[in-house]
Design a protein around this ligand. Structure first.
Ligand code: MD6
Ligand code: FE
Length: 196
């Protein structure tokens, strides 16, 4: 809870506004059905996660602009260094933007080649009700609230836990001018080269 203080949150929100200007938010769709997500997304880093009719995957370029994703901001890399307990840097930073009413269904983060590194997430803006279960779909779950400035680490046995966002708590934060929530998830996608 509250790993980032208010001024760090404000700075990060401003940095993200600039990144989103270069790598515009897009509305992903579900594989096969083409049903739109209720969150808008973009990515930062060498690889970005995308979902379209042909499936989920990581790719080095924005699907609409064809440009490489902007770099992961230093303040975000600093969070990873503080919490990940993992020697190599993240390759992907997925940016999810929620308006009131947006949600994210239960899923596993399992599109990576490599699961030894944790997934870290940073929350900004309105509080969200996060649901987490175990490694089997349909098992018991519980909820916890993620507030602006909170950082969640899913590593070890929790790396492949099912999780999702039930709903936002509208009006719970004044950080973002138009309300809503931004979540950043940081991931290693490939196995790091062994160090000499
Ligand atoms: C969200 N988060 O908080 C969605 N995934 O909006 C995730 O899907 C997530 O928070 C892996 C690890 C941490 C997360
Ligand atoms: Fe996830």
């Amino acid at each position: 809870p509250q790993l980032l203080d208010r001024s760090q949150q404000e700075e990060l929100a401003e940095t993200l506004r600039q990144a989103v200007a270069a790598a515009p938010l897009f509305i992903p769709v579900m594989p096969r059905t083409g049903r739109p997500f209720s969150v808008r997304m973009t990515n930062l880093g060498q690889l970005g996660w995308v979902s379209d009719r042909s499936g989920y995957r990581y790719q080095p370029r924005h699907p609409d602009t064809g440009q490489p994703w902007p770099p992961i901001p230093e303040a975000v890399l600093e969070v990873w260094r503080r919490v990940a307990a993992y020697p190599a840097p993240p390759e992907a930073c997925l940016v999810n933007v929620y308006r009131e009413g947006a949600r994210m269904g239960l899923h596993q983060d399992a599109d990576e080649e490599y699961f030894a590194a944790p997934v870290d997430s940073i929350s900004l803006g309105d509080t969200a009700v996060f649901r987490i279960g175990g490694q089997l779909r349909g098992g018991p779950t519980r909820t916890l609230k993620l507030s602006s400035g909170d950082v969640l680490v899913m590593g070890g046995a929790a790396r492949l836990s099912y999780h999702g966002i039930d709903r936002l708590v509208p009006g719970s934060s004044t950080l973002l001018r138009d309300g809503g929530r931004i979540n950043l998830t940081l991931r290693r996608v490939t196995r790091p080269a062994p160090s000499p």
